[in-house]
Design a protein around this ligand. Structure first.
Ligand code: PMP
Length: 334
């Protein structure tokens, strides 16, 4: 019989799929690593497993313990999924700007959520940061993963994402492109691919980070942007700035336009940071030739963004236009 012993065993080993339409005019091969195939729907399942395994090994998480983390998104889902399978409770602290759908996903997995006001200073005792610190201190047996500084985040990508890409491209990958949020993906995957390619006597794999315009990685000073999960206004410890050979800055408009195209033209319903990463990957691929193989990581699926990027009213409200190309029923009827 072919089955997994638990859903946790299905994390990782995500497929590569060639991009065929959005790559028009490009001679390099561009392959997307589609992380929504993870059971929790994102690359964050990988870090959740490694972080919880390490906390158990180091005695930071004991039977019946509680995981406390300020997160509203994919990391929460990954942690909730692994935690329930191992018998731990989860408490997530979220700012009140996080929408109902995202809250409901976390509670659906059995996590508890604590909602904090967005409009207070970080040092305010009601803030997102203060509340999660207090809960982690006061709940008996609490463990706070802290994805921004936990070395097991990047290590999970060093041990899984990197080797999968090297294996599946049979060592032919020449460029790895990924968005940067906590920096865990680029640090772990990038470091592995650099080391293995240099060791194999191949041309060293080039590592490219992609960042929303305004974020610190591409030289911004924290100006606001709408794409979620990537970019920072500070330098997290999970990010090793020596790994990237190059950083590409992408605007929200470019990222969202490509996100819509990936759904319509490649059949990939993915999140806004995926569109952003693909814009960066195509900028790189345009400079390359037919022997080059660019792998771009797509961190999550698009279902969490149906009310935003995939909603015409929302896009119009923020001043984004819709891509040309799809005929309306009126056009079809002449
Ligand atoms: N995209 C999305 C949607 C994410 O949730 C994250 C994680 N914050 C990233 C990209 C970036 O990954 P990393 O934190 O490993 O840099």
């Amino acid at each position: 019989m072919k089955y997994a012993n638990s859903v946790v065993d299905l994390i990782g080993d995500t497929p590569l799929v060639k991009l065929n339409r959005v790559t028009e005019g490009i001679s390099a091969t561009v392959l997307a690593k589609v992380e929504y195939f993870n059971p929790g729907g994102s690359a964050k399942d990988r870090i959740a497993t490694r972080i919880i395994d390490a906390a158990e090994r180091e005695g930071k998480l004991k039977p019946g313990g509680t995981i406390v983390e300020p997160t509203s998104g994919n990391t929460g889902v990954g942690l909730a999924l692994v935690a329930q399978q191992r018998g731990y409770k989860c408490v997530f602290v979220l700012p009140d700007k996080v929408g109902e759908d995202k809250r409901n996903v976390l509670t659906a997995y059995g996590a508890e959520i604590v909602v904090t006001p967005t409009a207070v200073e970080p040092t305010d005792p009601r803030s997102y940061y203060s509340v999660s610190d207090r809960l982690a201190r006061e709940i008996p047996g609490a463990f706070k993963p802290d994805q921004y500084s936990n070395p097991n985040g990047p290590l999970s990508h060093y041990e899984t994402t990197g080797p999968e890409i090297w294996r599946d491209t049979e060592g032919r990958v020449t460029h790895f492109v990924t968005g940067v949020g906590t920096g865990g993906t680029i640090t772990g995957t990038g470091r592995y691919l650099r080391e293995i390619s240099a060791g194999a006597g191949e041309k060293r794999v080039q590592i490219v980070g992609v960042d929303p315009q305004g974020s610190v990685y591409s030289g911004g000073t924290g100006e606001p942007y709408l794409v979620e999960g990537v970019g920072e206004d500070f330098w997290p410890a999970a990010y090793d700035p020596t790994v990237a050979d190059r950083i590409e800055a992408v605007t929200d408009a470019e990222a969202f336009d490509m996100t819509l195209r990936l759904a319509r033209e490649e059949g990939l319903l993915v999140g806004g940071s995926c569109g952003m990463a693909v814009v960066g990957a195509l900028n790189v691929a345009r400079e390359l030739g037919p022997d080059d193989v660019v792998v771009v990581l797509l961190p999550d699926g698009g279902r969490g963004y149906l009310g935003k990027i995939f909603n015409d009213d929302w896009m119009h409200r923020y001043g984004f236009s819709h891509p040309e190309g799809s005929p309306t029923v009126a056009d079809l009827l002449g």
